[in-house]
Write a protein that binds this ligand. Structure first.
Ligand SMILES: Nc1ncnc2c1ncn2[C@@H]1O[C@H](COP(=O)(O)OP(=O)(O)OP(=O)(O)O)[C@@H](O)[C@H]1O
Ligand SMILES: [Mg+2]
Length: 393
C-alpha cells in the first residue's frame, strides 16, 4: 500500500502514531505536575526500561504535557564522558526563554540569566581555555551565586533561582534527562543533592529522568535517599491489547484494517516491544497490496522487517563492541535469555571472573548489558540473545 501514507515510525525517539499502553504513567505524571505547581511535596518521576521500549518517547510526551501547562522545559541527553554542567545550563536557558515573554519583570529574568551564565562558565573545559563555547547569553555573568565550581552547591543555587522565576508565574520548570544512567557518578550525587534541597523548600522545579533498568541502583548507590526523591516507573513491552491498538488505530485513520490472524502473527513476531511493533507494522503495510492486511502479508514481510532490525536495531549496537566484548556477549547468549550469573559466563569462556571484568564493565558503559541484580547480568536490548545466536561466530 501507499508508503507515503504509512503511519508507523520505527526509530529512536520517533513519536509513535499511537502512544499505546502508557495511560498509567501519563496519569501519574499529571498528578506530579499538578502537585508540584501547588507547592505540595511530591517525588519526581524516573522512567526505566530496556532499549526500544519507549522511554524517550514517553519523556518527550511528559515534556509536552508540562509545556501545555505553560511550564518552562528543557531536556538533555547524558553522555558518560561529559559533565552535565553545560547541558543543564543550556536546558535551563531554554526553559527560561519559554517563560520570559510572560514575565512582567524583565529584570528578574536578566538577574537569573546572569547567574545562569556564571554557572555555565564554571565548566571545567571553559576554565582550562580548551573550549571557546559560549552560553549565548547576552547579559553579563553575575558573581557569587552558582559559580563556586562545586557542582552540588552551584546546581542547588541555580535550581532555587530558576524555581523562583517560575513561582512568579505560578508555573513550574521541568528538566528532562534522557540516558540518565550515563550521568557521571559525581554529577549524579550533585543532582540528587540539589533535588533534595529543592524538595525541602517546595520550589516548583523537577528533574524527570529516563534510563536503563539499573538506573535506580545507580541513583541509590550515589545517595541513599534517592528513593524518596523519585518515583520509578518501569516500562515494559506492551500487552496484547495495547500492541494491537498501536497497530490498529493509526491504520484506521487511513481506512486500513488488519485481519485477526495478521494481528496474531504480528504480536508473535514483535513480542509487544514497541520498536518491533513499529518495525513489523511498517513493512507489513508497505508490502500489503490492499486493505485488510492479512496473515499472508505479514508472513511475506517479516523477513524484510527482521533484516532491517538486524541492521538498524541490533547490528548498530553490536558494531560498538570490541572482539573481547562480543565473545562475552556470545557466551551470555548461549546460556539463555534470562539474566545470567557472571560466574557462569566466565565458566563458559574458561576464564577467571576477574579477568572478564574489563569486558563486562565496558559493555555496561556502552549500555549493551546491565547488572540486573548482584552477580547477574542481562542484555539491555530485547531479543539480543536470539540475534547473537543467529550470528556466525
Ligand atoms: N507506547 C508506545 N506505543 C507504540 N509505539 C511506541 C510506544 N513507545 C515507543 N514506541 C515506538 O518504539 C520505538 C522506540 O521508542 P524510544 O526511542 O522512545 O525507545 P527508548 O526506550 O528510548 O529506546 P533506547 O533505550 O534505545 O533509547 C519508536 O519507534 C517509537 O515510535
Ligand atoms: Mg531513548
Amino acid at each position: 500500500m501507499d508508503p507515503v501514507r504509512n503511519p508507523y515510525a520505527p526509530g529512536a525517539g520517533q513519536r509513535p502514531p499511537e502512544l499505546a499502553g502508557r495511560d498509567r504513567e501519563l496519569q501519574q505524571f499529571e498528578v506530579v505536575l499538578e502537585r508540584v505547581a501547588r507547592g505540595r511535596p511530591e517525588r519526581s518521576m524516573v522512567v526505566t526500561g530496556l532499549r526500544g521500549v519507549g522511554k524517550t518517547v514517553l519523556l518527550n510526551t511528559f515534556k509536552s504535557m508540562a509545556m501545555q501547562r505553560l511550564w518552562g522545559t528543557g531536556k538533555i541527553e547524558a553522555r558518560p564522558d561529559q559533565s552535565i554542567r553545560r547541558p543543564v545550563a543550556a536546558a535551563l536557558h531554554m526553559a527560561i526563554r519559554e517563560l520570559a515573554p510572560r514575565h512582567r519583570a524583565p529584570e528578574r529574568i536578566e538577574e537569573f540569566l546572569g547567574v545562569l551564565k556564571a554557572f555555565a562558565m564554571r565548566d571545567p573545559a571553559a576554565a582550562k581555555g580548551t573550549s571557546h563555547w559560549s552560553p549565548g547569553i547576552e547579559v553579563p555573568a553575575s558573581r557569587g551565586r552558582a559559580d563556586s565550581g562545586d557542582l552540588e552547591i552551584d546546581l542547588t543555587e541555580l535550581f532555587v533561582d530558576a524555581a523562583g522565576v517560575a513561582t512568579d508565574l505560578a508555573v513550574g520548570i521541568a528538566l528532562f534527562i534522557d540516558e540518565m544512567q550515563d550521568v557521571q557518578p559525581a554529577d549524579v550525587s550533585a543532582l540528587c543533592a540539589a533535588c533534595h534541597e529543592l524538595s525541602q523548600t517546595g520550589g516548583p522545579l523537577i528533574v524527570v529522568g529516563a534510563g536503563l533498568p539499573h538506573l535506580p541502583s545507580v541513583l541509590s548507590a550515589s545517595k541513599s535517599y534517592s528513593e524518596r526523591l523519585f518515583r520509578y516507573a518501569r516500562i515494559d513491552k506492551l500487552d496484547r491489547e495495547a500492541a494491537d491498538l498501536a497497530l490498529i488505530l493509526p491504520a484506521r485513520e487511513e481506512e486500513v484494517e488488519f485481519t485477526q490472524d495478521a494481528l496474531d502473527a504480528l504480536y508473535e513476531a514483535a513480542d509487544g516491544y514497541p520498536y518491533f511493533v513499529q518495525a513489523y507494522g511498517k513493512v507489513a503495510w508497505d508490502l500489503a497490496p490492499r486493505t485488510p492486511i492479512t496473515l499472508e502479508d505479514v508472513k511475506v514481510s517479516a523477513p524484510e522487517a527482521e533484516e532491517e532490525l538486524a541492521v538498524g536495531f541490533f547490528g548498530s549496537r553490536y558494531e560498538r563492541a570490541t572482539p573481547a566484548e562480543r565473545d562475552y556477549m556470545h557466551a551470555m547468549a548461549q546460556i539463555g535469555d534470562e539474566p545470567v550469573p557472571t560466574a557462569e559466563v566466565a565458566d563458559a569462556l574458561g576464564r577467571k571472573p576477574s579477568s572478564l571484568s574489563p569486558a563486562r564493565d565496558s559493555l555496561i558503559k556502552k549500555g549493551l548489558i546491565y547488572s540486573a541484580e548482584r552477580g547477574l547480568i542481562a542484555f539491555t536490548v530485547p531479543h539480543f540473545g536470539k540475534f547473537l545466536r543467529a550470528q556466525p561466530v
